[in-house]
Design a protein around this ligand. Structure first.
Ligand SMILES: C[S@+](CC[C@H](N)C(=O)[O-])C[C@H]1O[C@@H](n2cnc3c(N)ncnc32)[C@H](O)[C@@H]1O
Length: 360
């Protein structure tokens, strides 16, 4: 691969952990009681820092120097890009949670797209098999998947993925196992990972064209994607953009933009509940005009999206984007859809080998 002087890996590593309500005083235990100073300390191990914070009744949302973190009562989401090392704060975070009474994990997901420049990553993130080895030192019974083409665009997943009836057997934090009560609440996550974006749109996310995050949010119409979201946005110097949006139903959206032409990348993620994501996906791709994108949707059995995500099998996004891959996985407690799309007029896009393929 051609050496570039400046390179930034937009692709994020995404950690999502759900804890069971503690058996004793479940109403008192709340991950949002962890202070900003404590998070500052934990995030040092990840090599990123908090740059902005917003909250509502349901969720605390942090914009980070490299992406975002969302904290709700019993769910923690950490999404970081660049050469950050999010798995390095997993054990300390679980220890903190255990001190609050959260001794059982009900769901765990670690996922990411393949890196364009894996050789720049730090241990334990240089290869997916290295990440799996690291996670296996923490969890028993992790399941690993690679969706897509391992020598082209692909997406890795490590999950505990236990069916409901096996929940008492979940691994945990060197603390006696406890029984989980109740059914899981509805949960769904949609991610759209876009590459090779329209340079005219990417220009918005530079200090040349915009003064600050708000200016870029309005000029790009990001605020129209999910209009009920209260937005916290940040425009980096000289370019780069991150935003978190939250609403009163505990839903979030987050967008991160690496606008540099040679390696442009935009990610969209939300847990907004919908029984059909077609319109949302259309709004996102029309906002950024990528040449190719990966779509993933998770929905658990209680989610209104659970039964409907297969409908996307029949959807194309206008004449411009053509689906090149699609896989549906039925896990015991959730469905997962993975699909890749490329722009029709550039059939070659997305056909180049990725930096990380076939090395494990
Ligand atoms: C943090 S943002 C968004 C990253 C996100 N994962 C994405 O989707 O690309 C990264 C963009 O901001 C730029 N940037 C400028 N200053 C930065 C800083 N101090 N830390 C991280 N990125 C910075 C990078 O060059 C890149 O274009």
């Amino acid at each position: 691969m051609e050496e570039t002087k400046h390179y930034f890996e937009g692709v994020e590593k995404l950690v999502e952990v759900w804890f069971a309500d503690p058996p004793l005083n479940p109403d008192d235990a709340d991950l949002r009681k962890i202070t900003k100073e404590t998070w500052d300390g934990l995030l040092r191990a990840v090599k990123c820092e908090i740059i902005s914070f917003t909250k509502n009744e349901e969720v605390d949302a942090y914009v980070l120097s490299e992406s975002s973190m969302f904290v709700s009562k019993r769910r923690w989401i950490l999404k970081t890009c660049g050469t950050t090392t999010p798995l390095n704060c997993l054990k300390p975070m679980m220890k903190l949670a255990a001190e609050m009474g959260f001794v059982e994990i009900t769901d765990f997901f670690y996922s990411r797209k393949n890196f364009a420049r894996p050789e720049l990553q730090l241990l334990p993130h240089r290869l997916f098999c290295e990440e799996v080895k690291f996670l296996d030192t923490i969890f028993d019974g992790g399941h690993t998947y690679c969706l897509g083409q391992i020598n082209k665009d692909c997406w890795y997943l490590y999950t505990l993925s236990h069916p409901e009836r096996e929940r008492d057997d979940r691994p945990l934090i060197e603390i006696p196992k406890v029984e989980m009560k109740g059914l899981s609440e509805p949960d769904q996550t949609i991610e759209i990972l876009m590459e090779k974006l329209d340079p005219r749109i990417m220009k918005i996310f530079t200090k040349e064209l915009c003064t600050d995050g708000k200016d870029a949010t309005v000029k790009s119409k990001i605020n129209e994607i999910l209009p009920d979201m209260v937005i916290d946005d940040f425009l980096f110097e000289p370019c780069g953009y991150s935003m978190n949006g939250i609403n009163g139903r505990g839903e979030y959206m987050t967008i991160h933009i690496t606008p540099e032409h040679e390696f442009s990348y935009v990610s969209f993620e939300s847990n907004v509940s919908m029984n059909n994501y077609t319109d949302l996906i259309n709004r996102v791709i029309q906002t950024f005009l990528p040449s190719k994108f990966i779509l993933t949707i998770f929905a658990n059995k209680s989610s209104e999206a659970y039964a409907t995500i297969r409908e996307l099998e029949y959807n194309d996004y206008g004449v411009q984007w053509q689906r090149s891959e699609m896989q549906c996985c039925n896990f015991p407690s959730y469905n997962l859809l993975f699909a890749t799309y490329t722009v029709c007029r550039n059939q070659g896009d997305g056909e180049e080998e990725n930096g990380e393929g076939m090395k494990c």
